[in-house]
Design a protein around this ligand. Structure first.
Ligand SMILES: Cc1cc2nc3c(=O)[nH]c(=O)nc-3n(C[C@H](O)[C@H](O)[C@H](O)COP(=O)(O)OP(=O)(O)OC[C@H]3O[C@@H](n4cnc5c(N)ncnc54)[C@H](O)[C@@H]3O)c2cc1C
Length: 436
């Protein structure tokens, strides 16, 4: 029997920031990007026990990654080999940790960020960088489930968060900047049109910038035919790898300390501090914030949460996007859905085909077949790309399945967190879901 120690964990991670929403019995997640970037975050205090052993390493994705090839050279950070103290320890150097660290250092809070591997090597590397305020669960559906106030508040936080991200990235190198985009959300079949039209009315009622397009309007703007669509403004796209690195670099300039190849293997809480083990060293902090992404599931299991795999390809560059209206983000009502976006160097990113991980393991054999399916989809939607091949492809774990019960719990957390203050930082929550 392993010795056990009582941990009190402040969890601020993508897992909590994310709002897992199920349109079908099982879910989709997507992101925390928006929430954290809105310079607000959700907060939850937990007490539970963990075996006193090294936390295992979860392989999150594999393949050939595109983002580092179009990002400025990434800074590297030292391994922690001495005992240190700080006010806040942030565990995990992905989108969640980077935004949290930036938020704290903006407030002159003495912050240390510790990453097990390298900064932005987790799911933030696999992330396809679509930032949309609309979620897998439509606003209409969210209102039915949780009531008007929470649902609309949630959607507005998501919308506002994108604007925060845009502003935040203005001082970053061009490759790391957030780019404003519109989104085309089309009905995959005629049966989905009524549902989509109702969603359009709901979005308009609450002041979201949405337009209704019939089949002719879609054909005017794109080379494909679909029964109807909602076109929304106010979304954005980003190179998440470059963005995370810029966040961390700016935080370091503001005084944050960052360590890579440094894994936190356990924390012990006393009444006024927390001592975390990191290899042969230890970090003594007033607070610890876990932003460990999907890996959090290894030591903070959420009931009903289950890892799924997703598939992504990035094509060779195209000559132009003349028939792709505003290089918008494209997704659909089908579940699981395909989604498409473009890149600054003229490529198409296609993703989707999410599925449960058989036996909890990534199945490498499906990788090529699924990549081919994504490429066929690109060719079908944009016939002028028929000779274009996929140049990069990867298979990440994409998220967890959650039930409406979990969503409710998260909403309650959001409501109680809204006016909390932690060390002078306003704690608020904006979360979003789509799966990618
Ligand atoms: C295929 C795919 C596409 C996606 N597309 C989008 C999208 O379009 N838009 C969007 O908003 N979101 C998207 N997401 C979700 C996206 O991954 C999250 O929004 C975000 O990047 C997750 O950031 P994170 O910081 O929570 O996790 P991660 O980036 O995984 O970071 C967690 C970090 O914690 C580190 N860590 C774990 N344990 C320890 C430890 N004990 N000690 C030290 N470090 C530790 C890990 O090494 C890792 O680097 C996508 C996800 C996937 C998989």
């Amino acid at each position: 029997m392993l010795p056990r120690v009582r941990y009190r964990i402040y969890t601020l991670s993508a897992e909590l920031m994310k709002f897992y929403i199920a349109r079908k019995p099982t879910f989709e997640s997507r992101s925390l990007l928006l929430g954290l970037a809105s310079i607000r975050f959700s907060y939850q205090k937990r007490t539970f026990e963990l075996p006193l052993k090294e936390w295992p390493i979860l392989k999150l994705h594999y393949g050939q990654y595109y983002w580092p090839t179009v990002a400025p050279k990434a800074s590297r950070y030292p391994h922690l080999n001495t005992d240190i103290t700080c006010d806040v320890l942030v565990v995990g150097g992905g989108m969640g940790g980077a935004l949290t660290t930036k938020l704290l250092t903006n407030k002159n809070i003495d912050t240390v960020l510790v990453e097990r591997h390298q900064v932005a090597s987790g799911s933030s590397l696999a992330n396809t960088g679509l930032l949309q305020f609309s979620n897998d669960k439509t606003l209409t559906s969210l209102i039915h489930t949780f009531g008007e106030q929470d649902a609309v508040h949630f959607y507005r936080l998501c919308r506002d968060a994108i604007q925060h991200l845009l502003r935040l990235s203005q001082e970053f190198p061009e490759e790391a900047r957030v780019i404003p985009r519109g989104s085309l959300y089309f009905a995959s079949t005629t049966e989905d049109v009524d549902m989509l039209r109702e969603e359009y009315s709901t979005l308009k009622r609450y002041g979201f910038d949405a337009a209704w397009w019939n089949d002719d309007q879609i054909s005017t703007h794109f080379p494909f035919k679909k029964p109807a669509a909602i076109y929304t403004k106010g979304d954005a796209e980003v190179n998440p790898y470059a963005f995370v690195h810029s966040l961390v670099e700016h935080s370091v300039q503001q005084g944050a300390k960052v360590y890579e190849e440094s894994s936190i293997s356990g924390c012990e809480f006393t009444h006024d501090r927390v001592i975390c083990r990191c290899g042969h060293s230890q970090i003594t902090a007033k607070h610890v914030i876990f932003t460990t992404g999907y890996e959090t599931q290894q030591y903070k299991r959420e009931k009903g949460a289950e890892l799924t795999s997703s598939y992504v390809i990035v094509t060779e560059p195209l000559k132009d996007f003349r028939d792709w209206y505003e290089q918008s983000l494209i997704w659909e009502t089908a579940r699981p859905y395909y989604y498409l976006r473009t890149t600054q160097d003229g490529r198409i990113i296609a993703g989707g085909l999410d599925e449960s991980l058989p036996g909890g393991e990534l199945v490498e054999g499906r990788y090529l077949a699924k990549s081919k399916q994504l490429l066929d989809y690109v060719h079908q939607m944009f016939p002028q790309t028929a000779s274009i091949q996929a140049e990069y492809r990867w298979v990440p774990y994409s998220g967890t399945h959650m039930t409406d019960f979990h969503i409710l719990v998260h909403i309650l957390i959001i409501r109680t967190a809204i006016f909390l203050k932690v060390m002078g930082v306003t704690v608020q929550c904006a979360v979003r879901s789509p799966q990618r």
